[in-house]
Design a protein around this ligand. Structure first.
Ligand SMILES: Nc1ncnc2c1ncn2[C@@H]1O[C@H](COP(=O)(O)OP(=O)(O)OP(=O)(O)O)[C@@H](O)[C@H]1O
Length: 893
């Protein structure tokens, strides 16, 4: 999308100054010239044919039609045919295609045709399923779509009005407002700002927020810096403060779009990738070595040559879980839409549903999760702990002016509670003149307002409120009984002790301080906040969330450890935990964790339930350490200080009311910040993952058993144990039956523990059950030998093939029934999809060799004696399977 308007009605001439430039498609001439940073704001706005009052609706509409929506090209929906072609790139499909080509090369047309049918069927099913899933995910995402605050005018004469617009409707020249927690919606140049810092980790990898401010380049420099402080880029987000800015690039022209074109920047491995892809790649290696092994063994022991190649290929194909991508997509999409329908939980990325089921540690913030985030001022006290309304008055002056002077004030429940209580006691903060404000900064944990007291024109008063430790660290004096005295170490300790006792009583405490400075014209910064005078505390109470206690119990029962990572005082957080029945154990503060990272940090956090006084970076560091130590980590948060942690977690979860950027970055959006909904989401995740795991276990152990048996039979028999076409047809029926797993309902027992597919344990499982399956097959060979000996003679390949075909499908049906984790007949009233698929498979297994299709596939019916003996083998196999499953289950518990 081009980013530069060419004509506007306002320009009168129909040409803007940029028409004289050479505008290359898809490139932004402003960036080519490095101009947005170097021009003065006025020059830039003239060039973009806009003004500080913003565009008119008509101008904006024209630009939108001309240059398209503000959407990163890589995020546009993928069409059905492209999806189909994309599914050919799946590793299983690639291996199948290679095997198909080899078969064609040796003129084994039957094998090649069946393989092609397999490839097409699995690609159609997969791309159709993905298309369907992505359409319903897009519809779900719409519900949490991001908007921006844009200043526009109805027409030239009207005054500007700020309104919320979907981000994709922004055009170059629009004037936007940015506030804490907003996503920077396009590349913008700041016109005004107040205490603005932005996270630009998505672009530069830098984890600390970077200060941004308006400056009128080039006169005062800064334009030459690699990261000009007056430009903010799409993909970054506002950490604190606010600003007003003009849009200079949208869509494909933004820096973010350019960075996104680099595929290396896109990939981060999730828990889903780790488990499913780990298993897939192990299998692919197996598949690739199978054909050469079969060829070599047959050549060495039977003296067969290349004529065994189609059979060797069919054996390798037999190992492939072709339906894996289809079943994964179907199971996850089904789970995600059910979750949205029943619980209002929106899963924005399908694999996140699997990761939800695998979560074994959930990190939360405290406010709004354990507590209701509706604080009420309980009292305000001086440094001696005596009631003092003056402290509340100064706190209200701070709240009022930090909100009033913000370009776009971020809603803050603490400030609202303070203003409400101060209003009740008759305080009017507007009596003071607001000069400047440094809005609440979560990493410094304080907010500052600079005001002028009535009649004191030569003096500015700095009013600061925030966390006790951070305020006391900046105070040199305190007010006692109306007089200011020095603040010594002993007094400081006493005040910290007082704050700790209040916190242990469940109160949230804000310290308030003040300083007088000679009036000046220049701006204020955090370096001015030294030598303050401590005034006292405002104590607020926040009620507990009624449902939180029960939800915490449920999570514990499901094997999910909960960690509270909060910016608040350790005492307040520990008290909230205790009141909700969660043992806080050892309570840590982030500064005690020092610079620990990786496993030592995970171990320290593993012993604790609460880590208090966390900054945004501390939260992210802890989440990353837990992940590194092999835990699947979820993070629930809704504020700006939760953003890096949401990003670092396997699953980032936020409520719909969270700040925009949290909603944008989270994988899962809840209707409300409610732990009960997370519990339901985790259950849904385990449901879907349970089905995927059951499919993988069953299909792979039975495929492996078949392959071992075929290899053994190939060496024992004078003829091929199955013809390639028979192997592939049997594989096709089995695959089709497996689709039922996408719709199965796992048993309650399967939902009790995190659903993780650990590749090693998994491979052990399939080896054990695969060997059992092979044993049943080999027993069948013996039975076939006996039965055929009495009738047609052991050397009748067509009867042998038919007998083994029937046994294979019957054992596969048994495995589906006995190894599934789904609900047993006693738990469901109607027959589930797996029961129906099992019945169909068994019927086909018995009837197909007897039907007219049998001879087409080179099969002829074995004698009745065979069926009687087969029944005995199957009974024994069923007993062995049930016993092995029981043993496996008891080892797991
Ligand atoms: N508007 C504000 N003005 C001044 N100080 C504030 C304000 N809001 C919070 N604080 C101080 O900063 C501390 C940390 O706040 P932060 O928002 O990071 O965490 P929180 O909301 O208390 O907890 P959580 O992270 O669990 O939601 C608070 O304990 C309080 O002391």
């Amino acid at each position: 999308m081009a980013s530069v308007p060419e004509t506007t009605a306002a320009a009168g001439t129909g040409r803007t100054p940029l028409d004289t430039r050479e505008v290359r498609a898809g490139q932004n001439p402003l960036f080519d010239a490095g101009e947005p940073a170097a021009l003065t704001s006025l020059q830039l706005m003239r060039l973009l044919d806009t003004g500080p009052r913003g565009l008119t609706e008509q101008q904006a509409e024209e630009r939108l039609v001309r240059h398209g929506e503000n959407v990163v090209p890589a995020w546009r929906p993928v069409s059905w045919p492209r999806r189909f072609l994309g599914s050919l790139r799946d590793p299983f499909t690639t291996v199948l295609l290679c095997l198909g080509l080899v078969s064609a090369a040796v003129a084994s047309w039957g094998t090649a045709c069946v393989i092609m049918v397999l490839v097409v069927v699995s690609c159609v099913l997969r791309s159709g399923g993905e298309h369907q899933a992505s359409r319903s995910m897009a519809a779900l995402r719409e519900l949490v779509a991001t908007t921006a605050s844009v200043q526009r005018r109805a027409d030239d004469e009207s005054s500007p009005a700020v309104r919320e617009l979907p981000v994709d409707q922004l055009v170059v020249g629009d004037v936007v407002r940015l506030g804490a927690g907003d996503l920077v919606p396009a590349d913008v140049r700041l016109l005004r700002s107040s205490g603005l810092t932005v996270h630009q980790a998505a672009l530069t990898g830098e984890s600390e927020p970077v200060p941004k401010y308006a400056r009128d380049a080039p006169a005062d420099g800064g334009a030459e810096l690699p990261e000009p402080p007056h430009l903010c880029f799409q993909g970054s987000s506002v950490a604190s403060g606010s600003g007003t800015a003009v849009v200079i690039a949208t869509g494909a022209d933004t820096r973010f779009a350019a960075a996104y074109r680099d595929p290396a920047r896109r990939h981060t491995e999730t828990a889903f990738d780790r488990s499913v892809h780990g298993i897939a790649w192990t299998l692919i290696r197996f598949m690739l070595v199978t054909p050469p092994l079969v060829l070599m063994a047959n050549a060495a022991l039977r003296g067969r040559g290349l004529e065994t190649l189609p059979f060797a290929i069919a054996v390798a194909v037999g190992l492939t879980p072709e339906m894996l991508p289809v079943i994964v997509t179907a199971a996850l999409a089904r789970g995600a839409s059910a979750l949205a329908r029943t619980s209002g939980v929106i899963v924005k990325r399908l694999p996140a549903l699997h990761d939800l089921g695998a979560i074994d540690v959930l990190c939360l913030d405290k406010t709004g999760t354990l507590t209701q985030d509706r604080p009420v001022v309980e009292r305000s006290v001086d440094a001696r702990g005596n009631d003092d309304p003056d402290v509340l008055r100064w706190a209200a002056v701070n709240s009022f002016w930090t909100l009033e002077l913000a370009e776009l004030p971020a809603p803050d429940t603490l400030d609202e509670a303070i203003l409400g209580a101060a209003g009740d006691q008759g305080t009017d903060p507007a009596e003071y003149d607001g000069i400047a404000a440094l809005p609440f900064d979560p990493s410094r944990r304080l907010a500052t307002a600079v005001v002028r007291r009535p009649g004191q024109h030569g003096t500015h008063t700095l009013v600061v409120k925030g966390a006790t430790e951070d305020i006391l660290g900046r105070c040199g004096r305190l007010v006692v009984d109306g007089a200011a005295t020095d603040l010594g170490d002993e007094e400081r300790e006493r005040l910290l002790g007082f704050a700790a006792r209040e916190a242990a009583d469940g109160l949230r405490l804000l310290a308030v301080a003040r300083a007088e400075r000679p009036a000046r014209l220049g701006s204020y910064g955090h370096h001015d906040l030294r030598g303050l005078t401590f005034l006292g505390f405002v104590a607020l109470r926040d009620a507990l969330t009624p449902s939180a206690g029960e939800a915490l119990d449920d999570l514990a029962r499901r094997g999910v450890a909960v960690k509270i990572l909060t910016g608040d005082h350790p005492g307040t957080a520990a008290r909230a935990c205790r009141d909700l029945g969660l043992d806080p154990g050892e309570v840590l503060t982030a500064d005690r964790l020092g610079t620990l990272t990786g496993p030592p940090l995970a171990e320290a956090v593993g012993r604790a339930t609460v880590v208090a006084r966390c900054t945004a970076q501390d939260k992210a560091r802890i989440v990353a350490a837990l992940r590194e130590s092999g835990r699947t980590t979820g993070y629930l948060g809704d504020g700006v200080n939760d953003l890096p942690a949401l990003h670092a977690a396997d699953v980032g979860i936020c409520p719909r009311g969270a700040v925009t950027v949290a909603r944008e970055r989270a994988d899962v959006v809840l209707a409300e910040k409610d732990l009960t909904a997370i519990d339901r989401a985790i259950t849904a995740g385990r449901n879907s993952s349970g089905n995927i795991a059951a499919y993988l276990r069953i299909t792979l152990s039975s495929n492996l058993g078949n392959v071992i048996a075929m290899l053994a039979a190939g060496l024992l028999l004078p003829f091929l144990p199955m013809l390639p076409a028979q192997v592939l047809v049997q594989n096709l029926f089995f695959d089709a039956a497996q689709l039922a797993f996408a719709f199965d309902r796992p048993a309650h027992a399967a939902l009790r523990k995190p659903a993780v597919l650990r590749p090693r344990a998994f491979l052990r499982y399939i080896t054990a059950f695969g060997l059992l399956n092979a044993a049943a097959d080999i027993a069948t060979f013996a039975v076939l030998a006996v039965a055929l000996h009495t009738t047609a003679g052991p050397g009748d390949p067509a009867m042998f093939h038919a007998g083994w075909f029937t046994e294979n499908l019957l054992t596969q049906a048994m495995v589906m029934l006995l190894l599934r984790t789904g609900r047993h007949a006693a738990e469901t009233r109607a027959a589930g999809p797996v029961h129906l698929a099992v019945a169909a498979l068994a019927v086909i297994g018995v009837l197909l060799p007897l039907s007219p299709l049998g001879p087409t596939l080179d099969m002829s019916p074995p004698p009745p004696l065979y069926y009687a003996l087969l029944a005995a083998v199957l009974t024994l196999y069923g007993i062995a399977l049930a016993a092995a499953r029981k043993r496996h289950a008891s080892r797991q518990n």
